[in-house]
Ligand binder design. Structure first.
Ligand code: SF4
Ligand code: SF4
Length: 193
């Protein structure tokens, strides 16, 4: 079955976003979407591509990567960059801490982060939150994340310090209680399943 949708303006786009929980449900499991839009064409095309991916892991990976791209682009365009220079935070109150910051992740390497963690990208320390308070992104600002269930979006909010692979595995399971169990029982907080 094919469903054709035409979006002509911003109001239509907002209505379309509201329909996404329905379009991603089992009711549309065998439906291919053909969507044309006069607004936010690139975003709509990505959402349509994701809707047409019927394998859960494939869709989760695609949405995850496109959301990461969006956050990276947004932060770069808005100058939201962690103030960590020469091994030290620019904020004096964090400079006293062992790594010149406030957090220690055991995955950090001398060249930075070896993975792509969407939750880390959406995390702002107190210094960054204060410095960029009017501009920082949250899960609800990223349209393609509406293809995730509320439980998956909660996981996106919280699951820092894990690799992309682990994140996608947990998101594909899609269960917040399971994610909580994982967080509690993993023997060492920063090891990946
Ligand atoms: S305290 Fe914040 S701004 Fe400073 S280095 Fe750490 S994460 Fe970056
Ligand atoms: S996983 Fe997160 S906290 Fe760890 S190095 Fe990467 S961005 Fe930093």
């Amino acid at each position: 079955m094919v469903k054709t949708i035409e979006i002509t303006d911003e109001t239509g786009y907002q209505k379309f976003l509201k329909q996404l929980p329905l379009y991603r449900s089992a009711l549309y499991l065998f439906t291919q979407f053909r969507i044309k839009s006069r607004v936010h064409a690139e975003r709509v095309e990505e959402i349509a591509r994701a809707l047409n991916m019927k394998k859960r892991r494939e869709r989760v990976s695609f949405v995850y990567d496109r959301a990461c791209d969006y956050i990276d682009r947004y932060n770069e365009e808005n100058g939201i960059i962690c103030a960590y220079v020469n091994g030290m935070c620019e904020d004096p109150k964090h400079q006293r801490l062992p790594n010149g910051c406030c957090f220690i992740c055991h995955m950090q390497t001398s060249t930075g982060c070896p993975t792509r963690n969407i939750s880390c990208k959406l995390f702002y320390c107190d210094h960054m939150a204060e410095k960029h308070k009017d501009k920082i992104l949250t899960v609800k600002d990223i349209d393609i994340l509406r293809l995730f269930t509320p439980e998956q979006r909660l996981i996106v909010k919280e699951n820092v310090f894990v690799t992309r692979k682990t994140h996608i595995r947990l998101l594909s399971m899609g269960s917040y209680p399971l994610y909580c169990i994982y967080s509690v029982i993993k023997p060492f907080r920063f090891k990946n399943i």
